[in-house]
Design a protein around this ligand. Structure first.
Ligand code: ADP
Ligand code: MG
Ligand code: MG
Length: 935
């Protein structure tokens, strides 16, 4: 192979270091580009494109893509994520090439705009915007109007002939820059309410009050001029530093702050929740400013190409006249709807954009359609109108809740915008989960005391105690309490509390506010813009409609309708089956799925629910739960405490009809589907009497001396019961127990076969570690099963298998398989034994491991692929070497966790089994796993 072939051919179609598709002479390009740190965009041409998100961040890549699409985007450039990585890798120093490249790019922007950065006569202003690979709402900071200084202000005033606008822009720069660059990025952590931003906001509120203004827009040029002067004094006093009056110092300060904020506390905490690797880094975008705050012909807005709360195919958004950037998101003013169709009861009096600026609205409408077509997904867009001219400032795939995700995916597939496969891949399993979440019971809601109305930002119902700070919400929720976080508005500082809360309620903000965005991303119930709430944070009180609520009081939210109620209302379980889009998507998903999904159910009731959720059998029916009924436990205790086989058999005979009845019920509920029944598993002492009184009563009934029973009871005590006398070890030492259970199973089955009910019992022997254990238990099972069939004169298609839950069973699977018709991984015990980790005691330290990043996930939640998973793989491979078609499943709760389901698919299991309510998620996760493999 020639060098060239190696360079070119070898990289064809491969994914390069940055994850982009290497096209053509990838490596050559790459080496040329290795030191390219700055990517320009503007005037219809961009260095980057959409699939370069890893290098340019999401924002930068999409700004480039929009530019290339001929959509009006203010020119600018992106400093790559690589610079962020190099910066942190090199003692917080930039690569030396950066400055030159940046100056060159800035020069191109200046040329296009016909202005110069720092030019007193005709100054260019820029924004400095962060942009990680995947959007981290509000986590990273943006500074607008960079370049305004005492030297450039007069020039801009002269140019625009609008003094008010210039000072408005300057006061915003002062606010954002002092907050983001001088305080946060510098690592200063003021007390709650003491931040520079709040101080400046107070000063502004004070001035407004003095002047009797109610809106920011009421502030006149002279007011703003004074305000800016005051701001600079306050900044100097609070931060002991002069506000930088040099445009380049501002610019570099802004860039540095973006990189600093990547390692800031809030960003780190968000990354942990969202599992975003630190190594990704963030990009920085420097972009020529366009102004939505020059007057009534200017505006700014945020919109979605479809409704992110319902999924409806309708252009949906909010805008504000004479405003800049963050005003819409920050919820300072209640924004107007972009179109008439988007008006609600609460916003019907407001001017929509299609009414106020019809021509411009049409242009925006065409652009959003184009963007959705181009990206084939719902877009979340930002726009600004400067003196009647439309500019697009951002596009990204919009966050949505589960309901909306499902509806959009199905409708887009029907519109042929995407394929059915894409539709299934686009919906995350946890979004399916959301549909399975509760809602406020309509009956309870009817009579309830409504406290207030707000915007329905995240659907579903939630009940919880009022908490006013994110820290409280987190603390209480850690104590196991249900909390609703109530704030004026949320900010990135609150994300940990928002995550811990059942729901979020804010007094301010619109459908695109921080709270709404974050809640939607997490599928949380959320109400925003609930303006009747009067929150008194210092006193931890909430006054609303003449009522006073204190922290810890119960409230209920209906996030679907935006209603807040006093007290604790009933919640109804979700009803996904009445959602046509859900049903359709699940049908598509099931077509792609190869893994079967069963359920863990011990009662006919659970079995029936699971069946309605699409369970294809029972993967685990625990017989011990049947031992606990008040009428049964006595017979169980009698059996355990009996000294002779005969006495034991007598007690077991009492249990037999109960067990049989249970199996009849379950077999009927699952008619035609396989039912795996596990023979008795837990250590016997779990069933023993706990008090002398109980023991005395039992002694009376059994006609045995109390002392004797007491001694026996004590003798059964084990130091380490989970590794003790349990599972098949019980069957080996007390074969009559398993015999009775098999008898009950088979009698139930035979009776139903006679009634023409199709039963498929799979009898499962737990905790096998040595092949001989299974061999003996299998013989016992077969002996009884054959005898019962003979007696009833019918045949039952039964099988005998084992749970694989000990490392020894995994590595000797090539012996065990001889005696097993099927395997089922008990991944809970397997995790305990592979890890030497007791789940019941792990609570003391495991959370520390997960939070500290020592472990990525709790191994009891998501299968530990590298450890436990290897044992599973070995067991499956060795088992199938002996029996090619050995049926293998998993019945630990991992079977309902999407990542684990994917793993089970990858190692070739036949089915997963999980609790009834997780069946739909498992079905969906199984479909995605199958499709990912195809891709
Ligand atoms: P975020 O990631 O928090 O959305 P952005 O970088 O998108 O932050 O910026 C915050 C706000 O400022 C947005 O409303 C955005 O549209 C606006 N903005 C950013 N850059 C500019 C610019 N060059 N001109 C006008 N507005 C801008
Ligand atoms: Mg921001
Ligand atoms: Mg943005």
């Amino acid at each position: 192979m020639s060098l060239n072939q190696e360079l070119i051919g070898g990289r064809m179609g491969l994914v390069t270091e940055q994850g982009e598709k290497g096209v053509g002479p990838g490596k050559i390009m790459e080496s040329l580009n290795r030191k390219k740190y700055v990517y320009f965009f503007g005037a219809g041409k961009a260095d980057g494109k959409a699939d370069m998100k890893n290098l340019l961040g999401g924002k930068g890549a999409n700004l480039a893509e929009m530019t290339n699409l001929g959509i009006p985007v203010p020119p600018g450039f992106t400093i790559t994520t690589k610079v962020c990585t190099l910066y942190y890798g090199n003692d917080r120093n930039y690569p030396k090439e950066l400055q030159k490249q940046m100056e060159a790019a800035l020069g191109r922007v200046e040329k296009i705009m016909g202005k110069r950065f720092g030019d007193p006569g005709n100054p260019l202003l820029v924004s400095v915007r962060s942009g990680a690979r995947s959007s981290m709402p509000g986590m990273m900071e943006t500074v607008l109007n960079v370049g305004l200084t005492t030297k450039t202000i007069p020039g801009l005033i002269k140019r625009t002939n609008n003094e008010r606008f210039v000072y408005d822009a300057y006061r915003r720069l002062l606010m954002m820059y002092s907050d983001v660059v001088m305080e946060k990025a510098a690592g200063i952590e003021p007390d709650d309410g003491e931040g520079i931003r709040q101080k400046l906001e107070h000063a502004m509120e004070r001035l407004k009050k003095e002047k009797g203004y109610s809106n920011d827009t009421d502030l006149a040029a002279d007011d703003l001029k004074i305000l800016c002067r005051d701001f600079r004094v306050i900044i100097k006093l609070a931060l002991k530093k002069e506000f930088p009056d040099d445009p380049h110092e501002q610019l570099w300060g802004g860039i540095g702050a973006v990189f600093q904020s990547w390692m800031g506390k809030r960003a780190v905490s968000y990354r942990r929740i969202e599992k975003i690797p630190e190594a990704w880094g963030t990009a920085v975008n420097v972009q020529s400013m366009v102004f939505g705050n020059t007057g009534e012909t200017s505006a700014t807005g945020v919109a979605f190409t479809r409704n992110p709360a319902t999924g409806e195919n309708m252009f949906f958004g909010e805008w504000l006249p004479n405003a800049q950037g963050e005003d819409v998101v920050a919820g300072i003013r209640t924004p107007n709807p972009v179109n008439k169709a988007g008006k609600t009861e609460d916003t019907k009096h407001l001017h929509s954009l299609d009414e106020a600026m019809p021509k411009l609205y049409r242009q925006l409408f065409v652009i959003q359609k184009k963007l959705e077509r181009h990206y084939r997904d719902m877009q979340d867009i930002e726009f600004t109108v400067e003196d009647g001219r439309l500019w697009m400032l951002q596009t990204r795939v919009g966050k949505r809740n589960g309901q909306a995700a499902i509806r959009m995916a199905v409708e887009m597939a029907k519109e042929k915008l995407i394929t059915k496969q894409m539709a299934v891949l686009r919906v995350r399993p946890d979004q399916i989960d959301e549909l399975l979440h509760p809602a406020v019971a309509p009956a309870a809601e009817k009579g309830a005391a409504e406290l207030a109305k707000g915007l329905p930002a995240g659907p579903g119902g939630a009940v919880g105690k009022v908490a006013f700070t994110a820290d409280d919400a987190e603390k209480w929720s850690k104590r196991g309490e249900k909390v609703i976080l109530v704030r004026n508005e949320t900010s990135p500082e609150d994300v940990h509390g928002m995550h811990a809360a059942q729901a979020i309620l804010t007094a301010k903000g619109g459908m695109t506010s921080h709270a709404a965005l974050v809640a939607r991303g997490w599928g949380k119930c959320c109400i925003v813009g609930c303006s009747d709430l009067d929150i008194d944070l210092p006193r931890k009180e909430l006054r609303v409609n003449g009522k006073v609520l204190r922290e810890g009081d119960w409230i209920t939210l209906n996030g679907t309708k935006g209603r807040v109620y006093e007290g604790k209302l009933d919640l109804l379980p979700a009803d996904p089956e009445h959602n046509a889009w859900y049903r359709e998507l699940m049908i598509w998903a099931d077509k792609f799925r190869t893994l079967k999904v069963r359920t863990n159910a011990d009662t006919p009731y659970d079995a029936t629910i699971a069946r309605s959720f699409g369970a294809e059998g029972i993967g685990l029916c625990r017989t011990e739960h049947m031992f606990f009924g008040p009428d049964r436990i006595k017979a169980v205790r009698e059996m355990i405490l009996s000294d002779t086989v005969e006495d034991r058999e007598k007690a077991l005979a009492k249990l037999l009809p109960f067990q049989k009845g249970d199996f009849v019920g379950i077999f009927k509920a699952m008619a035609g589907l396989p039912v795996t029944i596990r023979l008795l598993d837990p250590p016997l002492h779990e069933f023993l009497p706990h008090t002398d009184e109980e023991l005395r009563e039992l002694a009376g009934e059994m006609g045995a001396p109390f002392e004797q029973l007491n001694a026996k009871n004590k003798s059964l005590h084990e130091l380490n019961p989970m590794l003790g006398h349990r599972g098949c070890r019980l069957g080996i030492t007390y074969p009559e127990i398993y015999e009775m259970q098999v008898q009950a199973i088979m009698e139930a089955a035979c009776e139903l076969v006679k009634e023409k009910v199709k039963v498929i019992p799979e009898i499962m022997i737990p905790l096998v570690g040595h092949v001989r254990e299974l061999e003996i238990m299998r013989n016992l099972t077969v002996k009884i099963a054959e005898a019962v069939q003979k007696e009833y004169k019918v045949k039952v298609p039964y099988t005998v298998g084992t749970m694989i839950e000990l490392p020894r069973a995994c590595v000797t699977s090539d012996e065990i398989a001889y005696h097993a018709d099927f395997y089922s991984f008990g991944t809970n015990d397997l995790t305990q034994t592979v890890y030497g980790l007791s789940r019941d005691d792990a609570g003391r330290f495991l959370p520390f491991y997960v939070e500290g990043g020592i472990l990525k996930d709790d191994p009891f939640v998501s299968i530990d692929r590298e450890g436990v998973g290897i044992f599973m793989r070995i067991a499956a491979e060795k088992g199938r070497k002996i029996k090619k078609d050995l049926k293998i499943g998993i019945c630990g709760e991992h079977g309902g966790e999407p990542e684990s389901v994917e793993f089970c698919h990858q190692i070739g299991l036949n089915y997963v089994s999980c609790s009834p309510y997780r069946v739909p998620i498992a079905r969906f996760a199984a479909a995605r796993a199958a499709m990912k493999e195809l891709k």
